[in-house]
Write a protein that binds this ligand. Structure first.
Ligand code: PEP
Ligand code: MN
Length: 319
């Protein structure tokens, strides 16, 4: 791993704040610490303390496992699937049954939708939350859904097993501070233009505020390329696995915007060490109220999960 600092010059902490010694800084040349201390890669130990202290692997060498509704995230491959938006009770129940049969571990579905245009469908709100919870109970799948605003945190926390902070809200610090006090784990998506340091510092708001149950999700970033909806930062996933002990998921649906690319992006994500996938699935994508073009049909989703679960080698790579 490069020894280049993770933060820009202007963001660097002052010398006085940076000067505190790292807990495991007595690494030998081969990267193994002496005495009772554990082995630590020398390049991590030798680096100055990063500003995301609680998220950093430097002070927490073991990978964290986050429990959400009975599912362990960070200990194998977790697959979360479901529609972009919850459109009806019937639609979410039907999707839940399909993704459960295909081997998903958790059900996703949006009740509050962050849309680019105010004229687009904004989600069905509280009744959709209730349908999602009902679909989760009917299938035994814990559920994931997004919260958009501080005022909805309690309502969403009541129904969700894992609360999603969407890409657009990654740096909504008031929302992060409130979620830090929620008694539910948080899925923190990377902002479309956020650097890795900014993403980890957003996670730090949750951790420092008292919520240790944080899962990261790379969902593609904005680049000059417009042929795909976003650009999936695969190296970023591998790097964040090295820099942080938090589990990292990949959302190949929003990263690509195209159904045909979701299997390839999913394979690549697992190969670089993702702890799981967040995949949009709709029983009839052509009829979807949002993100139909990137939603897999149930059969294609089932084939993908079968393939990934049959891989002989698990990576969850770090080095
Ligand atoms: C979503 O998960 O449907 C969503 C809107 O994601 P993102 O915040 O990554 O755009
Ligand atoms: Mn979507």
């Amino acid at each position: 791993m490069s020894t280049r600092p993770m933060i820009s010059r202007s963001d660097r902490p002052s010398a006085s704040r940076r000067a505190q010694p790292a807990p495991r800084s007595s690494a030998s040349a081969c990267g193994i610490t002496r005495g009772t201390l554990r082995a630590t890669p020398v390049d991590i130990a030798a680096k100055p303390a990063p500003p995301f202290r609680l998220a950093s692997r430097q002070f927490h060498p073991e990978s964290s496992v986050v429990r959400a509704g009975g599912i362990s995230i960070g200990a194998g491959l977790v697959v979360i699937a479901g529609p972009c938006s919850i459109e009806s009770r019937r639609q979410i129940l039907e999707t839940a049954r399909c993704v459960k049969a295909a081997g998903a571990n958790m059900l996703r579905g949006g009740a509050y939708k962050p849309r680019t245009s105010p004229y687009d469908f904004q989600g069905l709100g509280e009744k959709a939350l209730r349908w999602l919870a009902e679909a989760g109970e009917a299938t035994g799948l814990p559920v994931v859904t997004e919260v958009l605003s501080q005022e909805d945190v309690e309502r969403v926390a009541e129904h969700a097993d894992l609360i999603q902070v969407g890409a657009r809200n990654m740096q909504n610090t008031a929302l992060l501070r409130k979620l830090a006090r929620a008694k539910k784990p948080i899925l923190l998506k990377r902002g479309p233009s956020a650097t890795i340091a900014e993403w980890l510092l957003a996670a730090e708001y949750l951790l420092a505020g008292g919520n240790p149950n944080v899962v990261l999700c790379e969902r593609g970033i904005r680049t000059f390329e417009t042929a795909t909806r976003n650009t999936l930062d695969l190296a970023g996933v591998a790097l964040v696995k090295q820099l942080s002990h938090l589990p990292v998921l990949v959302d190949p649906s929003h990263a690509t915007g195209m159904r045909s690319l979701v299997p390839a992006a999913s394979r690549a994500a697992v190969a670089v060490g993702a702890d799981g996938l967040l995949i949009e699935v709709h029983p009839r994508p052509a009829e979807a109220w949002s993100d139909g073009a990137q939603s897999l049909e149930p059969e294609a989703f089932a084939a993908l999960v079968r393939e990934l679960r049959a891989w002989p080698v698990r990576t969850n790579a770090i080095a």
